[in-house]
Write a protein that binds this ligand. Structure first.
Ligand code: URA
Length: 425
């Protein structure tokens, strides 16, 4: 059946529901290039303004999956489980989580991306490890999963190519924030990847896509429903992103902190979130009554990390890159840290060179920020608050300006941070 792109845009503009055949046609023809970018931009804006019914979101997701290949891990002798985070500042959880879950006999195929803007990408972080390669063929990914149980690698171009094209268009047309488009984008890749179970970490707060609990809840419910409709056991945790996760933000710095967690140390919030997500993934595949903290402290997760990094050419014992220059910011008064804003710290770290402005930019592996205290901590005047790192000292000025603004120190009671704000299953 053939349709007219203009008529479909008008239909959505007039708040009408599109049929499965119409959505299939639109996505197929956009992927082939017969529906033009300007028509898809207008359609995306109509979706952002008028929303989509649940059945339309499902049809859109399925059409994007059908635009490319799907992976199949059925032949593995282990269950498969994956995690997806909507992204945040200092969010390095995938790094300790994948080997931790694999240490309980679950295969973790973690197809990841690069960062754009103030949130870092998992691949950029791992590329800080000398020799580590992000690109694997489907066969290499499968063998690594079968032998080691965990793989973190680049999502190949074959998975949901319609999403790749649409995401790039949304980025430049002010249509990223539409929940039907975010949900279909995330879930098309995860369902095409072929995992049996999926846990979503939907972030809420200044450093996240979703700034309010209401919007995050709506996104989480949409994601979970899409997963269930596609036969993937799916649940979501809503977690705080009003302040950075952990003490280290930046590529090599986050690898360093992940290794601390894998060796039984690290900041409490990073440990707690890693353990909560691991428990959720394990429960999805029927492994209950285990305390994932055990395999963090007894070295079993670390053994898998070493194998997983080595298998992709990484030198686990090599020194991680360090920035050439540093600058310390000190507390101007004594008191409790009552605000430590994720977005401002994230943008400051990005300005130091930890992130990229355009897709083709190189990240600086050693750049970023090390916090010396977190939200709620007591600090004395003159004590170090954070250290900024970069290879290019001319970047300091604009980063310092924002980093200094990111923190408020107050008298009185310490504020307590709630890390896990809810669960949707
Ligand atoms: N991550 C994605 O993969 N897609 C979106 O639209 C947003 C976040």
């Amino acid at each position: 059946m053939t349709f007219s792109a203009v008529e479909l845009i008008i239909k959505k503009r007039e708040k009408q529901e599109l049929s499965k055949a119409e959505i299939d046609w639109l996505i197929d023809n956009y992927t082939k290039g017969t529906v033009a970018d300007e028509q898809m931009s207008a359609f995306a804006m109509a979706v952002l303004l008028n929303g989509m019914a649940r059945s339309e979101i499902k049809d859109l997701t399925m059409a994007m999956i059908a635009s490319g290949e799907t992976l199949d891990f059925q032949g593995l002798s282990m269950p498969t489980a994956d995690k997806h985070s909507t992204g945040g500042v200092g969010d390095k959880i995938t790094l300790p989580l994948a080997p931790l879950v694999a240490s309980y006999g679950v295969a973790v195929p973690q197809l990841s991306g690069r960062g754009l803007g103030h949130t870092g990408g998992t691949l950029d972080k791992l590329e800080a490890i000398p020799g580590w390669q992000a690109s694997l063929s489907n066969t290499e990914m499968y063998s690594q999963l079968a032998e080691i149980g965990a793989v973190i690698c680049a999502a190949g171009t074959g998975l949901a190519p319609a999403d790749r094209k649409l995401y790039a268009l949304r980025d430049v047309t002010g249509t990223v924030e539409a929940i039907p488009l975010i949900a279909s984008s995330i879930m098309s890749k995860k369902i095409a990847e072929g995992t049996q179970a999926l846990v979503l970490d939907v972030k809420v707060g200044s450093g996240a896509f979703m700034k309010t609990l209401d919007r995050a809840t709506e996104l989480a419910q949409t994601l979970v429903q899409l997963g269930k409709d596609a036969g993937v056991r799916t649940s979501a945790l809503l977690t705080d992103m009003s302040t950075p996760l952990g003490l280290k933000i930046g590529n090599a710095l986050e690898v360093e902190e992940s290794i601390e967690v894998l060796t039984g140390g690290g900041p409490q919030d990073v440990i707690d979130l890693t353990v909560a997500l691991a428990k959720e993934m394990l429960e999805q595949v029927g492994i209950t009554n285990v305390d994932p903290r055990e395999n963090l402290s007894n070295g079993k997760a670390m053994d898998i990390w070493r194998k997983m990094i080595t298998a992709q050419g990484g030198d686990v014992d090599a020194q991680l890159p360090k920035a050439k220059e540093w600058h310390q910011i000190k507390a101007t008064q004594s008191g409790y840290i009552s605000r430590l804003d994720a977005l401002e710290v994230g943008i400051a770290s990005w300005r130091l060179g930890a992130g990229r402005e355009r897709k083709e930019d190189q990240v600086q592996f050693g750049a970023g920020i090390e916090l010396h205290a977190q939200l709620g901590d007591r600090i004395e005047a003159g004590a170090p608050l954070m250290t900024l790192y970069t290879d290019t000292p001319e970047k300091f000025e604009r980063a310092i300006e924002l980093a200094e603004k990111s923190t408020t120190i107050s008298d009185g009671q310490a504020v307590e941070r709630k890390l896990i704000l809810g669960k949707i299953s």
